[in-house]
Design a protein around this ligand. Structure first.
Ligand code: GTP
Ligand code: MG
Ligand code: ZN
Length: 290
């Protein structure tokens, strides 16, 4: 059973019409716009049509075959949340989240939460501001940055994502008290948050907009991206690609490579370049397996 929300804001349950459950059809995802019909006899609503999507956050099948899983449809932006500490931020993992958003042609912003725990560590995220991603420094504990983040969510459909335990649900509860999401305790032993959000859920925001609170992803696998499309998912590399001598440059060892030159002159940070190399290796590995 799905929850369908009307333009006037009422929510009611609706089931999926038989024909839409079948294989060749696009699977219904959270955030989809749908057409519903009311049964004449039983008064029950059913979803009879899935309307075309404006955008989607999808996990592509490895090797690019069928079997894509749509995490959310009709998104305007991805909000990648990390914590400055507890759990320790892994910026290479942040790069993976950003690549996934870029691969889906979605705008992203970065939220660095729990800033009160390590206020002097924010420089870790300066590189992302330089690239052009909006970065919000927030603390649910102290209230830092919450008003600005709320403004950035207003009127848009956003997916909050990021590792478990960084405070995604806490942020949403603090900005929108009506949501009442479950907040988990961080287990001290491993400093890894428990997964408290089960299943991506779309929440209407009080004024306008929606937010999807995705469960903390333990590990973001490679999303079936073609290895040759990866460089385009690093915005700071994009303007350099036309300088590469070879059209199929992997930007590893080739002479006359715009990206390697960018690393030398500082336009591309070594850390981001390392993320690129690591992901590129993984993608090539996967395409060999399929
Ligand atoms: N010190 C500090 N702790 C925070 C802050 N925000 C959230 N927390 C704590 O971090 C823990 C995890 O918060 P959640 O909101 O459940 O994290 P989540 O990102 O939703 O985690 P998943 O649902 O597992 O993906 C809770 O114990 C929160 O109280 C903050 O700004 N500062
Ligand atoms: Mg949560
Ligand atoms: Zn190159």
């Amino acid at each position: 059973m799905w929850q369908v929300r009307t333009e006037t804001g009422e929510t009611y349950p609706a089931s999926l019409r038989g024909r839409l459950k079948q294989g060749e059809h696009e699977k219904l995802a959270v955030g989809d716009d749908v057409v519903v019909e009311c049964g004449e006899r039983d008064d029950a609503w059913s979803i009879v049509e899935i309307l075309p999507r404006r955008s989607k956050l999808a996990r592509r099948a490895p090797g690019g075959g069928p079997g894509e899983r749509v995490v959310a449809a009709n998104l305007d932006q991805v909000v990648v949340v990390f914590a400055i500490a507890e759990p320790e931020p892994h910026v290479r993992m942040l790069d993976r989240f950003l690549v996934i958003a870029e691969a889906n042609d979605l705008a992203s912003r970065v939220v660095v939460n729990k800033v009160e725990l390590a206020p002097h560590e924010t420089h870790l995220f300066g590189e992302y501001e330089k690239i052009g991603y909006p970065v919000h420094y927030t603390s649910v504990k102290r209230g830092d940055g919450l008003a600005e983040l709320k403004d950035a969510l207003r009127g848009r459909v956003s997916a909050l994502t990021g590792p478990s335990g960084v405070g995604k649900s806490s942020l949403l509860n603090a900005m929108f008290p009506g949501l009442n999401l479950r907040v988990g305790e961080i287990s001290r032993s491993v400093m890894k948050g428990r997964h408290t959000t089960v299943g991506a859920d779309l929440h209407p925001l009080p004024e306008s907009g929606y937010v999807v609170d995705t469960p903390g992803l333990r590990e973001v696998g490679v999303w079936g991206l073609n290895a040759r499309e990866l460089d385009r998912c690093f915005p700071e590399m994009r303007p350099l690609l036309e300088q590469c001598r070879f059209g199929d440059c992997t930007h590893r060892v080739e002479p006359g490579c715009g990206v390697q030159a960018g690393v030398e002159t500082g336009g591309v940070s070594r850390e981001r370049y390392e993320s690129y190399l690591k992901l590129r290796g993984e993608l090539e590995e996967i395409s060999r397996e399929f």
